[in-house]
Design a protein around this ligand. Structure first.
Ligand code: ADP
Length: 426
């Protein structure tokens, strides 16, 4: 882009005739158009050459790029047919392209009928071409391709034509380079997408594979517990309860993995409804009270008497709250304090879960919302995959809301999310 703008500057400073300057400006504009709208040079090369014809004699034009030991025909435009087409490759050795790459300068063959330098000259002459100019396309000092312009007229390229062509070449070099980088980028992207797809497929298959036997363990565990109920004090009851708890955790982790894979490939499926979030919070609160009692933690719920309706997927909201509360209880020690609060702003409802647990540093706060990230010190001590917050944040965002954390190391954390208040619907 820079080189094109620089080119326009040079045109402005140049003392060439008005008309020629105008023509050249049109060509440069065309080039600018190529950069902005289409990086596929091959598609616009014909237009470009047509534009060029207003100033220079052109019957055959091509851009050839050097790729290792081969010359690759990148773009072609011809009035007289061509021995090659875009996409063809030929060995570089002994070609005009190799000569230009080695000598890094423009080469003119004024009349092929008189003198022929390269192996391709013969076929050019056979097609009626008489004069050819080869112009290096380079970035810094490296020649990465050649622009070839040819005419059926001998001596078609004088000083003026060459000046214009050389100038044009600087622009084309910039555009082609940008296009090449873009192509590499697209290729890389596609490769990554493919890898990601395969990874997701693998996670999906693995999680499903593990879920099937797990379901039967859970079912059998439940039945066994029923049978052992009479022996309330038996160590066997405690053992089977341990098994059930562990399989529950395993199931939850697998569901997170499946959710993550699903979300990355398809996005979440959401069933939106107009929802009063209060009963949901109340249920969560009731459900977590026994957990709080067990760890001698205090749990409070603070919601205003009337709360505006939100448009939300109830199950997803439950998942988000469950994750935030599980974390709060998991990371806060015995005797800690956990508060569930809801406040209302002019446009949103904000749910906050505050704990007086270990807190999180500023740097970690940025990372904990990325997939599979878990704080180093927690990795050994607590179970988890590091997916809960990632999923929660994405789910909140799918609702048009946002999620964040405020925390100070040693003092505790407030995890919060905001959801837009639903428009009043009749
Ligand atoms: P998981 O809990 O499965 O590890 P999450 O994505 O829910 O995954 O959380 C990521 C990490 O963020 C946790 O491993 C933990 O290090 C940190 N974290 C989350 N919630 C809290 C909290 N309330 N207090 C302190 N650290 C937390």
């Amino acid at each position: 882009m820079d080189s094109v703008l620089k080119g326009i500057e040079i045109y402005k400073r140049n003392s060439w005739s008005q008309e020629r300057a105008q023509q050249e400006l049109t060509i440069v504009n065309k080039l600018l158009g190529i950069i902005v709208y289409n990086l596929n040079i091959n598609e616009v090369f014909k237009d470009l050459v047509n534009e060029l014809r207003k100033a220079v004699n052109v019957d055959w034009a091509g851009i050839v790029l050097i790729r290792g030991k081969v010359a690759h025909f990148y773009a072609l435009s011809s009035k007289i047919g061509s021995a090659w087409k875009a996409g063809d490759t030929v060995s570089l050795k002994g070609t005009s392209i190799a000569w230009i790459a080695a000598n890094k300068k423009v080469l003119v063959e004024p009349d092929l009928a008189q003198k022929r330098e390269f192996r391709s000259d013969e076929s050019h002459l056979k097609r009626g071409l008489r004069s050819i100019v080869y112009l290096p396309l380079s970035v810094k000092t490296e020649v990465f391709g050649v622009l070839t312009i040819a005419s059926t007229r001998p001596n078609a390229y004088g000083e003026q034509e060459l000046a214009l062509l050389e100038h044009l070449c600087t622009q084309i070099a910039g555009v082609v380079r940008a296009a090449q980088l873009y192509e590499v980028e697209v290729e890389e992207r596609l490769k990554l997408e493919k890898e990601k797809g395969e990874r997701l497929q693998f996670i999906n298959a693995l999680a499903h594979e593990l879920k099937t036997p797990l379901t039967s363990i859970v079912a059998s565990g439940g039945l066994l517990l029923e049978e052992l109920k009479e022996e309330a004090q038996s160590p066997r009851v405690r053992l089977i309860e341990n098994v059930i708890r562990a399989t529950d955790t395993l199931e939850a982790r697998l569901s997170e993995l499946l959710d993550m894979a699903k979300m990355e490939s398809l996005g979440f499926k959401m069933v939106l409804e107009l929802l009063d979030i209060r009963p949901l919070l109340q249920n969560m609160f009731n459900g977590f009270l026994p957990v709080a009692n067990k760890k001698r933690q205090s749990l409070t719920l603070d919601i205003p008497p009337s709360v505006p309706i939100v448009k939300a997927d109830k199950q997803r909201l439950e998942q988000i709250l469950l994750n935030m509360l599980t974390n709060a209880f998991k990371f806060t020690g015995e005797g800690g304090r956990i508060q569930i609060r809801l406040r209302i702003t002019s446009t949103e409802i904000v749910v906050e879960i505050e704990d007086d647990g270990p807190g999180i540093t500023k740097e970690e706060q940025e990372r904990i919302f990325t997939p599979y990230y878990r704080i180093e010190t927690d990795r050994q001590r607590f179970p988890g995959l590091g997916l809960g917050l990632t999923l929660s944040k994405q789910m909140v965002e799918r609702h048009g809301g946002k999620m964040w954390v405020k925390s100070e190391l040693g003092k505790g954390s407030i995890f919060a999310f905001a959801l837009p208040i639903a428009e009043h619907e009749e």
